[in-house]
Design a binder for this molecule. Structure first.
Ligand code: HXC
Length: 259
């Protein structure tokens, strides 16, 4: 498919979705959100893709939702705009394939919310993170009040959202907002290397693990352990479980088939 604001590439089993609206620092308008949604559908349905990376072209990851598009909305239109972003970010979060945000620069407002919908965040040392919304007279609306507190705790989330402070990559690492910080020119190599490491494992097990972690984060621990047990059981209906354990016994590397 042809995209105006997205570059979608594939490198082996890794999909790379790069947002490319550089004249607005990759700000998310309705068109960009719709293209991200279609690109994520392509990645989900592409059987060769095991893991995907989300990044931005130029000096920003994403500098937020498009302020020009939002400024004259009424409440009903604003709710629809929020829903469009919530839906596409939830699609990334709930799809079974792992995603890595390679945060190359500004991740502000909707940009941070997009990064937080990914499973793992790797930041360039130039990356900047923040939720500037209350300085614009709005609340975060693409999941920020929900996901930030789950990642960094309620008190830090409130501090970042109430003050709109923009923090650098090292501070983001220290509060658990990102998994890793690397030199800017190593960012994509690091993201690819982590993605390839994941892509070489047994994919049914990787996907069930993602489902189990996500679902159990939203339920009580008894229900969560029930979910874990059932997904563990499902692994034993896969060829990769047989192969993984046989390879261990035979002291060789497993040859996984992804089923
Ligand atoms: C629309 C944006 C934009 C945005 C940048 N641009 N961010 N356009 N929406 N969110 C545009 C600028 O207007 C400018 O266009 C061009 O990108 C380059 O940006 P500059 O400001 O000239 O660059 P710089 O001086 O380097 O400053 C970078 C920046 C600043 C600090 C990131 O652009 C900035 O503060 N942007 C807004 C960040 C923000 O508040 N994000 C949260 C949005 S609210 P021109 O045409 O002048 O060259 C949000 C809500 C999510 O995300 C939930 C919705 C439901």
């Amino acid at each position: 498919m042809d995209y105006k604001n997205i570059i979608l590439k594939k490198d082996g089993a890794i999909g790379i979705l790069s947002i490319n609206r550089q004249n607005a620092l990759n700000a998310l308008n309705t068109e960009v959100l719709s293209e991200i949604s279609k690109a994520v559908d392509e990645l989900i349905h592409d059987e060769e893709v095991n893991v995907f990376i989300v990044t931005g072209e130029g000096r920003a990851f994403v500098a937020g939702a498009d302020i020009l598009e939002m400024k004259d909305l009424n409440s009903a239109q604003a709710r629809r705009f929020a829903q469009a972003g919530l839906d596409v970010f939830r699609k990334i979060e709930l799809c079974e394939k792992p995603s890595i945000a390679a945060v190359n620069g500004y991740a502000l407002g909707g940009g941070l919310e997009l990064a937080m919908a990914c499973d793992i965040r790797i930041a360039s040392n130039y990356a900047k993170f923040g939720q500037p919304e209350v300085g614009l007279g709005i609340t975060p609306g693409f999941g920020g009040t929900n996901r930030l507190q789950r990642l960094v705790g309620i008190a830090k989330a409130k501090e970042l959202i109430f003050t709109t402070d923009v923090i650098g990559a090292e501070e983001a690492l220290s509060i658990g907002l990102v998994n890793k910080v690397v030199e800017a020119d190593k960012l994509m190599d690091e993201a690819m290397s982590m993605a390839n490491k994941i892509a070489q494992k047994a994919q049914p097990a990787v996907r069930y693990s993602k489902v189990s972690i996500n679902r159990s984060a939203e339920v009580d621990i008894e229900t969560g352990m029930e979910i874990e047990k059932n997904l563990f059981g499902l692994c034993f209906a896969t060829e990769d479980q047989k192969e993984g354990m046989r390879a261990f016994v035979e002291k060789r590397n497993p040859q996984f088939k992804g089923k």
